[in-house]
Design a protein around this ligand. Structure first.
Ligand code: NAP
Length: 309
């Protein structure tokens, strides 16, 4: 069981965490970034990113994550893989516990734990996950060559990924609970021009059926009509839920959805604790915002540490 102390711990290695890592490493702060999966976070699930400045031709989510990590490592980012399971933020020295029993402590903590795909919560979903039910078109689209698949959701992710899926699938049916998409207009226009995508409006999925794999969906229209749709795959792209299992939500004054409120300098209600990226309570969840917040958080942490001394 090891115990180490750092001036700054950054929890999470998505765009917010990697940018925080870049700023902390470049400022030669005594820092540690802890990531439990692959560096990049949700951006790894994004097929193509067209709106990150500095890349006029766009780039894949994977490439952007790799470039962010490489840039932070050029300044000697200190990072480790680890799973933080609990923390005590009640004293100026913050304590973190990892699932292997290791204890870490820090003067400042930047929470960049991000968010994960929301599930539908309908019968058959859990049982058929990985057997036709997917939450990542970028990862799984190639498995559906010449097949009919459904996409659930009406936001940017669902609409963009429906278009991506048409590179492989023979047909993509987008199922949305309202009669209007939430996605940005330019994303909508592209999808509406794509002949391989059709739409089921005012419709929710009430069940997913199949034995070895997905065979059909049970559907319910807003007017009460029940129907069934034969598909070989379903991509559930209906937004995100916060990765907050390890966080003391009451102390952090989490909002109803479990996201962490901060001021515009990324300070949470706990002194020396900051939050950046998708875990923050906010309306806009874009890679560019996450990166900007990561930078802001490090500058705020640096100021806090200066005032401590
Ligand atoms: P989102 O914008 O929150 O959209 C979620 C969609 O799923 C909405 O259409 C919502 O319907 C629907 N939905 C939610 N719960 C549902 C349920 N239980 N059953 C059926 N449908 C449900 O999520 P997102 O598309 O993942 O995007 C997340 C954030 O990332 C957004 O800020 C988005 O703009 C951003 N993003 C940006 C880009 C880009 O700029 N290129 C790409 C991807 C994502 P309603 O519309 O009825 O609420």
């Amino acid at each position: 069981m090891a115990a180490t102390h750092h001036s700054l711990i950054i929890l999470g290695g998505g765009p917010a965490g990697l940018t925080a890592g870049l700023y902390a490493a470049r400022a030669r702060m005594d820092h540690l970034l802890i990531e439990k999966g692959a560096e990049g976070g949700q951006v790894l699930l994004t097929d193509w990113i067209d709106n990150y400045p500095g890349f006029p031709d766009g780039l894949s989510g994977f490439d952007l994550a790799e470039k962010m990590a490489a840039q932070a490592k050029r300044f000697d980012l200190h990072s480790m893989f680890g799973n933080v399971i609990s923390m005590d933020l009640s004293a100026p020295i913050k304590q973190l516990e990892l699932d292997n029993g290791d204890q870490l402590s820090c003067d400042t903590l930047i929470i960049c734990t991000g968010a994960s795909p929301r599930m539908l919560g309908v019968p058959g979903e859990k049982e058929l996950t990985g057997k036709g039910v997917s939450y990542c078109a970028t990862c799984d689209a190639p498995f559906y060559r010449n097949m009919h698949v459904a996409v659930v959701g009406g936001g940017n992710t669902a609409v963009q990924e429906a278009a991506h899926l048409t590179k492989f699938a023979s047909k993509v049916t987008l199922i949305h609970r309202r009669d209007e998409l939430r996605a940005t207009k330019v994303v909508q226009e592209k999808a509406f021009a794509n002949e391989k995508i059709d739409y089921l409006w005012d419709t929710t999925v009430t069940g997913i059926e199949g034995n070895e794999g997905v065979e059909s969906l049970r559907l319910l229209n807003r007017d009460g009509t029940k129907s069934s749709l034969a598909v070989e795959g379903i991509f559930v792209l209906i937004g995100v839920i916060p990765n907050n299992d390890m966080l003391p939500l009451d102390m952090l004054n989490a909002d109803q959805g479990g996201f962490i409120p901060t001021n515009c300098e990324t300070n949470t209600v706990i002194e020396g604790v900051f939050a950046a990226g998708d875990i923050r309570s906010k309306k806009v969840r874009q890679v560019i915002n996450a990166a900007g917040e990561g930078a802001t958080a490090v500058l705020a942490a640096e100021e806090y540490l200066t005032n401590l001394n």
